[in-house]
Design a binder for this molecule. Structure first.
Ligand code: ZN
Length: 279
């Protein structure tokens, strides 16, 4: 496996998947996402792996999706609506759903900022350990959309906090995320790695099939309550938002409000923070 943006390691039954783009605050390029998926698949296939850790190097867990560039295509903000829909379905949404479905326990270790698409790296995991400086946010109403592609907000936070997170765009701190049940444990930043590994090794002492069935039991319960169906249908609301924003602004607005944009044509190239924290 040749990886440029991700580090994949296996030791003592624990696979560690590390997103390694600290220079970009771990914004998720298309290539990085494909490599993350390769690593998840490798962990799934390897019988020596019983538990998976998803983490990232650097100050921040992830600044979200990086749409600023693709290897062999135009910038996504110039894509027609159907092409964007197709990519976000096959890329963002499918990745998140398939990582959730890997039949082995997974733990996300989150430090610093976890913005928008960053949530789609930790929410698919079964457990979340947060550093005491972790902050979770989804400030994408400014792009005209109702949250990131994976609408797990209501399941993760409950309806009122989900609405507050979306309406205000303000972050939820680690301690509050733990109170809400979104985070399992909060630890000092310098203990994040060791605490996560200790938890993974504790879980890995159990029987692999029993772990698999325990995970399946909880996820199946959520699915019977409508988890996957609601996420699939809300994905289309998300794309109504993208399509409308394209019509109003002439392109996908990047971290800017829709108000006053009409008639200004394409905003391509607008904004110094282009491509960071993108949805
Ligand atoms: Zn989107």
């Amino acid at each position: 496996m040749e990886l440029e943006n991700v580090i994949y390691e296996v030791s003592d039954g624990v696979a560690t998947i590390t997103l390694n783009r600290p220079q970009a605050a771990n914004a998720q390029s298309h290539e990085a996402l494909a490599e993350l998926d390769q690593a998840w698949q490798a962990a799934d296939r390897d019988p020596a792996v019983k538990v998976i850790i998803m983490r990232s190097n650097g100050k921040h867990f992830s600044a979200g999706h990086d749409m600023s560039r693709t290897k062999d295509d135009a910038e996504p903000e110039t894509w027609p609506a159907e092409k964007l829909y197709d990519w976000e379905m096959r890329g963002y949404l499918h990745y998140a759903k398939s990582w959730r479905a890997v039949p082995k326990p997974s733990i996300a270790a989150v430090q610093g900022k976890c913005i928008a698409g960053g949530l789609m790296l930790c929410w698919p995991c079964d457990l979340i350990v947060a550093a005491d400086n972790a902050e979770f946010s989804d400030p994408v109403l400014a792009l005209g959309i109702c949250g990131v592609e994976l609408h797990a907000h209501t399941w993760e936070l409950g309806p009122r906090k989900a609405k507050e997170l979306l309406f205000t765009g303000e972050p939820i701190a680690a301690a509050q995320a733990q109170q809400l049940g979104m985070v399992n444990r909060v630890v000092p930043l310098d203990e994040l790695e060791t605490a996560t590994m200790a938890l993974a090794r504790r879980i890995a002492r159990n029987d692999a099939v029993a772990l698999r069935m325990a995970k399946r039991a909880v996820n199946h319960t959520l699915d019977l309550q409508g988890y996957t169906n609601s996420i699939d249908s809300i994905f289309d609301m998300h794309h109504f938002g993208h399509a409308r924003a394209q019509v109003v602004t002439g392109g996908i607005p990047v971290l800017t409000g829709l108000a006053g944009m009409k008639g200004k044509g394409s905003n391509k190239g607008k904004g110094s923070d282009k491509g960071k924290g993108e949805a």
